[in-house]
Design a protein around this ligand. Structure first.
Ligand code: ARG
Length: 493
């Protein structure tokens, strides 16, 4: 029975898209001889397969610095409240520092038998400092420990990601400043719609990232609550000073309800949803870059170092970074769904299901950080092809709306004006010309209201300058947009 169960899991694992494939065959029938910290009530050792199946050390070891940081704060609080002696507290703190060093230098021996990061570190502490080490776990449980570790980890990653968003925003801002007057076609339905500037376009992405940053900061407020002291689920009978521990760890405050604190992972789900939106923005941006780098658009060029070639077609220079970022959005969305699904069936309080929160969360953090980095580097090195943008804007009758607005200015109702311009566009198509190239008498046949001043608005620069309202594409407005953005980034001169 044991064998077939093991074989089942082995097969499931080999063929499932799990993050790590563990060789369970080699572990199937060997029983563990190691004592567990919780082994007291057990009569036989854990089956080696079960040990490997339930262990999380392979992936949760990356929480080590937060686990140690939280343990140090807990130990200091235990001393402050008189729950352990100062001497024991000092031993614990020293021991934890040594362990931190061992891990950083790659000298720490991770053990799968010790299941996870918490028990690996605690066991090593006891091995090093003896009796005092056994007191560290007073008044806490792995349930509040792991929830605390993840929050510390995520808080610091949120701060990093936030800085990365800021860097990308500064690059976009720099581009917008440089290209404030660069005319390009603006699109709807990917059809030329109205002329805009490249600066305006870059500032659109700036705004989206600004909201991503805001969402991240908002999410951080809910991440920054401390579960430690909730113990297994109901709190503890020791006179803990949770406010003190929270202060040491830089948390806003201790959690209000122990059951909630050890069990919910909504803060991680929230982060993943913020990340999914951020990646969605980068993915849309990527789609544009892929189009813009094509020979058909040729609006921008990516430096060779951000592209790859084809093994068969010598002429190819592929925009791999935008394509990959667009592709990676899929896994970030998937991670969000994984976590939502992980949570939805769980009764209060902690359940082992929650161990599955880490890989999707880590993967999301890694993917977002890598994508932002790639984007920042790439965008600071793009070459803008002003000529191609300009010539694309002169095709596709981008100033048709301007002509309609001009007619409205001459007292014609907008719907009638729309009709007249539609006819003008038809004439232009038939003549193989742009609107601005039609003779005045041709235009006047369509509406006698049209005078020679029409050519001012049929030109791209005139069209742009006319959109001079808050949020509009007139270069004067873009300068104001940029000034507001600089203020928000704290870049005021
Ligand atoms: N490795 C576990 C996790 O990631 C730590 C908490 C385990 N708690 C327990 N009661 N088994 O969630």
């Amino acid at each position: 029975m044991r064998l077939s169960l093991a074989a089942y899991f082995t097969l499931t694992y080999w063929f499932s898209p799990s993050y790590k494939i563990i060789d369970y065959f080699n572990l199937m029938s060997v029983d563990s001889h190691l004592d567990k910290p919780w082994g007291g009530r057990f009569e036989e050792p854990t089956d080696a397969f079960v040990e490997a199946f339930t262990a999380s050390i392979d992936f949760d070891k990356r929480l080590y610095r937060y686990d140690i940081e939280a343990s140090c704060a807990h130990a200091r609080m235990l001393v402050k409240t008189g729950i352990i002696t100062e001497k024991d507290g000092d031993h614990i703190l020293e021991g934890l520092q040594v362990i931190l060093q061992e891990i950083k230098e790659g000298r720490f021996k991770w053990s799968i038998q010790l299941e996870d990061i918490h028990m690996n570190i605690e066991a090593r502490l006891i091995e090093r400092i003896g009796e005092a080490g056994k007191k560290l776990h007073t008044g806490r449980s792995r349930n509040d420990q792991v929830a605390t570790d993840i929050r510390l980890y995520l808080r610091s990653e949120i701060d990093r990601i936030h800085l990365q968003i800021r860097s990308l925003q500064s690059v976009l801002l720099g581009l917008a400043e440089h290209e404030t007057n660069t005319i390009m076609p603006g699109f709807t339905h990917l059809q030329v719609a109205q002329p805009i500037t490249f600066g305006h376009h870059m500032m659109a992405w700036f705004e989206m990232l600004e909201r991503d940053g805001e969402r991240l900061r908002d999410c951080r407020r809910r991440v920054n609550i401390m579960p430690l002291g909730s113990a297994a689920l109901a709190g503890t009978s020791y006179p803990l000073d949770r406010e003190y521990t929270a202060k040491l760890l830089g948390f806003q405050c201790p959690s209000n309800n122990s059951l909630d604190a050890v069990s919910d992972r909504d803060f991680a789900i929230e982060f993943c949803s913020v990340a999914a939106l951020l990646m969605t923005h980068l993915s849309r941006f990527s789609e544009e870059l892929v189009l813009w780098t094509s020979a058909q658009f040729d609006f921008i060029e990516l430096p060779d170092r951000f592209c790859t070639g084809s093994s068969i077609m010598p002429q190819k220079k592929n925009p791999d970074i935008p394509e990959l970022v667009r592709g990676k959005t899929g896994r970030v969305n998937g991670n969000l769904i994984s976590l939502l699904t992980l949570m939805k069936g769980q009764v209060l309080a902690y359940n082992k299901d929650n161990q599955e929160d880490k890989e999707p969360l880590f993967d999301t953090v890694d993917t977002v950080k890598a994508s932002l980095r790639a984007y920042t580097d790439m965008m600071s090195a793009i070459r803008v092809n002003r000529k191609a943008m300009y010539s694309a804007a002169t095709q596709g009758f981008a100033t048709a709306t301007d002509l309609a607005d001009y007619l409205v200015g001459k007292g014609i109702a907008f719907r009638d004006a729309h009709e007249i311009v539609g006819k003008a566009v038809k004439r232009a198509i038939d003549a193989g010309k742009d609107l601005a190239d039609l003779d005045l008498n041709v235009l006047q046949q369509l509406s006698p209201a049209i005078q020679s001043d029409v050519y001012e608005i049929l030109g791209l620069a005139g069209s742009l300058a006319s959109r001079d309202m808050t949020g509009g594409t007139a270069p004067r407005q873009i300068k104001l947009q940029i000034a507001r953005a600089r203020k928000r980034l704290g870049l005021e001169d």
